[in-house]
Design a protein around this ligand. Sequence first.
Ligand code: HEM
Length: 418
Amino acid sequence: VTTAEITVLDNDTYGNGDPNTFGLPLDQYDWLREHAPVYLQEFDNPLLLDRVWVLSRYADVEAVDRTPEIWACDEATVNIWKVAPIVPKKMAEEIGFGKPAMLMMDGDDHRRNRGVVSRAFTPPVVKKLEARFRDYARQTIDAALAQDGAFNFVDVVAHQMPLQALGDVLGVPEADRAQFFAWVDKFASPFDERVTPSFELVAQSILALLDYAIDLRDMRRANPGDDVMSKIVQASAEETLSEDEVMGNVALLASGAAESTRSALSHAMHQLLLEPEKMAWMREHADDIPSAAVQEILRVSSPFIHFVRTAKQDVELHGQTIAKGEQVAILFASANFDPEVFENPRTFDPTRDPNPHFTFGKGPHSCLGKHVAALEIKLLLEELLQRTSAIRRAGETSYVRDVFSRGVFELPVTMTPA
Ligand code: HEM
């Protein structure tokens, strides 16, 4: 690898990912960590930032993620795209598009927004979701077993459960779900024309979903439950979320919760099909998939490849100066394969323990839905492995063309019932 060959922030790198290295450019990550841990990437594309410093070592990714006093979330977009459904408040005013969500906030605004929304993610609330999630898993496997011949695992198995789970978490009534899911699906992968044919369609869906967020708020006010929107309407006067924040946080959930979980499930199945002895191990544990296995799935699937932060002061790092106001791209996916932290990082080891993977982040923004996502993965794999005697590959795995949220596009399989 040489500098000229570094394409770690290029959609095509992930669209053409190597199925034998989890779809990730692991050689490039290794090279960057070793030779250029602070690597300058410039872009010549009006849709992207002009330039970012790429940080690839686990220790640096962690230091940035944990230190919002130096590395701001509220100054630039969440990733290298200049236009996104969620943007910092000051950008929203400037570009006239996008709403503020907690992921793009720091300090008091972040604490207030996260404080309210996190009430829908407490252990007792997540526990209550389990029975419903188990039903979704059963229905999904029913549908998979009813398929005639080969089918795409991503669409038939991995797709539905994360959407339904998001509907539950957010408090979307059954009657609205089909429409809600259709909007949420349009959030996925704006740079892959097979997923979203045009930016106009994406924008229409986003605007419709933002309007719906306000309808949903009014519905939950009249009829509250344990969900995020109910917690939002029940917030005290000092905590109240503005209408823009309500919309922004709904857009955040729409863009962050479903597709990522779908990707993790799909990358997991790809890897199990590639390594039959690991599939056999999982089958032996199908009654109660261990947490270590789920966490290892989350490590190797690394659904979010990078996040962006802005330096609030000049920072010296590994001989480079990152000037105040410049952006860094922290490569979560590279952190997850850093040999300084993970022994044999390229080995998918479902018994790996400890496993301090970076998939959900570690700082003040660390994923609020991490227990929800882990529960979905566990239940779906349990139902799947209990109710099939064999799952086989029926074609090549291909990936979504996306440098931020990396999905599997196609994973053709056949299944034999137990
Ligand atoms: C495998 C699936 C998922 C992955 C990989 C994932 C990953 C992430 C990551 C990397 C962050 C930012 C962390 C940071 O900057 O340190 C995040 C934030 C967040 N996630 Fe997830 N997530 C997943 C599923 C979910 C689900 C299912 C929900 C909710 C139902 C959810 C809700 C959120 C929220 C609300 C935030 C913003 C937290 C904040 O800004 O304080 N995520 N997630």
